[in-house]
Design a protein around this ligand. Structure first.
Ligand code: NAP
Ligand code: ZN
Ligand code: ZN
Length: 346
C-alpha cells in the first residue's frame, strides 16, 4: 500500500512530508484510511531520541482512528466501512502467559510497537499513524463506537487507555481520592475517567491557567504546583496518584501526599531516572508503581465505557503541515488537550 505521511528523517530533525509503502494486506490484515492521528508526547520523546537510539526515517503516531477500506481473505472481526482504532502496539508473541491473559502490552517477548521498531519478521520497519493509510492485523485493532466523534476518539487509543487501565487496576470508586499530576493529553483523560467513576479528583498542575478547564472536566480541586508550599496541605490525603508528567521532577514531594498503603503510579516517561527517598516510602507503607497502556480487550472495554459515559478527548484538530509547531506547543504544555492531525491533510 502506497501512503503519504510525515516523517522525522533523523533524530531531532523537523518532521517533513514523506511517501512510503506499507506491507501488502495479509489474510488476517485490515486496510484502513486514517481519519485522525493524535500527537502523543511519546512521539516527541522518540523522534528526539530522548528514550535512546531510534530507527529513522520515523513515521510517529500511535493514536489512530479511521475507517476500514479493505480486508484480507480470512478477516472476521471487521468489514469494509467499519470504524476502527489502532493504538501503541500492532503485534506480540500471542502465546506467552501475558499475551494469553490479554496483557499484550506486557508480552514476555516484547510487544511490537506501532513504529520505531521492526515487525515480528525481524526486518519490516513499522511506520506509525501520521499518514493517510494503515495496515493492521485484525487481532490488534478495536471497534470504535458509532456515536463518538472520531477526532475525539483518536487520543483514547493511547492517552485514554493509559489512564483507564491503572484507574481500573487500582479500583477507583466514588469513595476514592485521586490526584492527577499534569493536565496534558494523558492527564485530562485521567480526570474524565476518575470523575465518571465518582471519585474526588485533584489536579496537580504547574499551569495555573488550566484551572477552569480542569474543573469543567470533572476535577473537584486544582492545585498550582508552581506556587511555593502548594503541596503542604495535601500530605497523606490521596488513595491514588497518577503521575503523567513528561518532565523530570522530585517524586518524593508527591509520594508524601499518599495515605497509608496508597499508591503513586508512574505513567509519564521523561527518559531520566527518579531519585526515590526510601524513608518517604517507609512512612505510611507507601507504594510506587508503574503502568503501561492497556491490552486489546481492555482498550475495547475503555471505548465502550466512553460510549456509555459520552467521554472523548478534548482536541485541537490540525493540518499535517502544523506538526512541528504542535510539537513545540506540546513540550511547552500549551495544548487543549491533545493535537490531532486531520488524515485528509497528508
Ligand atoms: P503532554 O500532553 O505533554 O502532558 C504532559 C503534562 O506534564 C503537561 O501538560 C504538563 O501539565 C506537565 N509538564 C510538562 N512539563 C512539565 C514540567 N517541566 N514541570 C512540571 N510539569 C510539566 O504529554 P502526554 O502525551 O500526556 O504524555 C505524558 C507522559 O506520559 C510522556 O512522558 C509520555 O511519553 C508518557 N506516556 C506514557 C505512557 C505509558 O504507557 N505509561 C503512554 C503514553 C505516554 P501541566 O501543564 O498541567 O503542569
Ligand atoms: Zn502515546
Ligand atoms: Zn507474548
Amino acid at each position: 500500500m502506497k501512503v503519504r505521511g510525515l516523517a522525522a528523517l533523523e533524530a531531532k530533525s523537523q518532521l517533513v512530508a514523506h511517501e512510503f509503502t506499507r506491507r501488502d494486506l495479509g489474510s488476517h490484515d485490515v486496510g484502513l484510511s486514517i481519519s485522525f492521528a493524535g500527537i502523543c508526547h511519546s512521539d516527541i520523546h522518540q523522534a528526539r531520541e530522548e528514550w535512546g537510539p531510534a530507527i529513522f526515517p520515523m513515521v510517529p503516531g500511535h493514536e489512530i482512528a479511521g475507517i476500514v477500506t479493505s480486508i484480507g481473505s480470512s478477516v472476521t472481526k471487521f468489514k469494509v466501512g467499519d470504524r476502527i482504532g489502532v493504538g501503541v502496539f500492532i503485534d506480540s508473541c500471542r502465546t506467552c502467559a501475558n499475551c494469553t491473559s490479554g496483557l499484550q502490552q506486557y508480552c514476555l517477548e516484547g510487544m511490537t510497537g506501532t513504529y520505531n521498531t521492526l515487525e515480528r519478521d525481524g526486518k519490516t520497519v513499522a511506520y506509525g499513524g501520521y499518514s493517510n493509510g494503515f495496515v493492521i492485523n485484525e487481532d490488534y485493532a478495536v471497534h470504535i463506537p458509532q456515536n463518538l466523534a472520531l477526532e475525539g476518539v483518536a487520543p483514547l487509543l493511547c492517552a485514554g487507555i493509559t489512564l483507564y487501565s491503572p484507574i481500573r487496576k487500582w479500583g477507583v470508586t466514588k469513595d476514592s481520592k485521586v490526584a492527577v499530576m499534569g493536565l496534558g493529553g494523558l492527564g485530562h483523560m485521567g480526570v474524565k475517567f476518575a470523575a465518571a467513576l465518582g471519585a474526588e479528583v485533584t489536579v496537580l498542575s504547574h499551569s495555573s491557567a488550566k484551572k477552569v478547564d480542569a474543573l469543567a472536566m470533572g476535577a473537584t480541586h486544582f492545585v498550582d504546583t508552581s506556587s511555593p508550599n502548594a503541596l503542604d496541605p495535601l500530605k497523606k490525603s490521596f488513595d491514588l496518584i497518577l503521575n503523567t508528567v513528561s518532565a523530570p521532577l522530585d517524586i518524593n514531594l508527591y509520594l508524601n501526599l499518599l495515605k497509608l498503603d496508597a499508591t503513586l503510579v508512574v505513567i509519564g516517561l521523561p527518559g531520566e531516572a527518579y531519585a526515590v527517598n526510601p524513608g518517604t516510602l517507609l512512612d505510611g507503607r507507601r507504594r510506587l508503581a508503574g503502568s503501561m497502556i492497556g491490552g486489546i480487550s481492555e482498550m475495547q472495554e475503555m471505548l465502550d465505557f466512553c460510549d456509555e459515559h459520552s467521554i472523548v478527548s478534548d482536541v485541537e484538530v490540525i493540518q499535517a503541515d502544523y506538526v512541528n509547531t504542535a510539537y513545540e506547543r506540546t513540550v511547552a504544555s500549551d495544548v487543549k488537550y491533545r493535537f490531532v492531525i486531520d488524515g485528509t491533510s497528508f
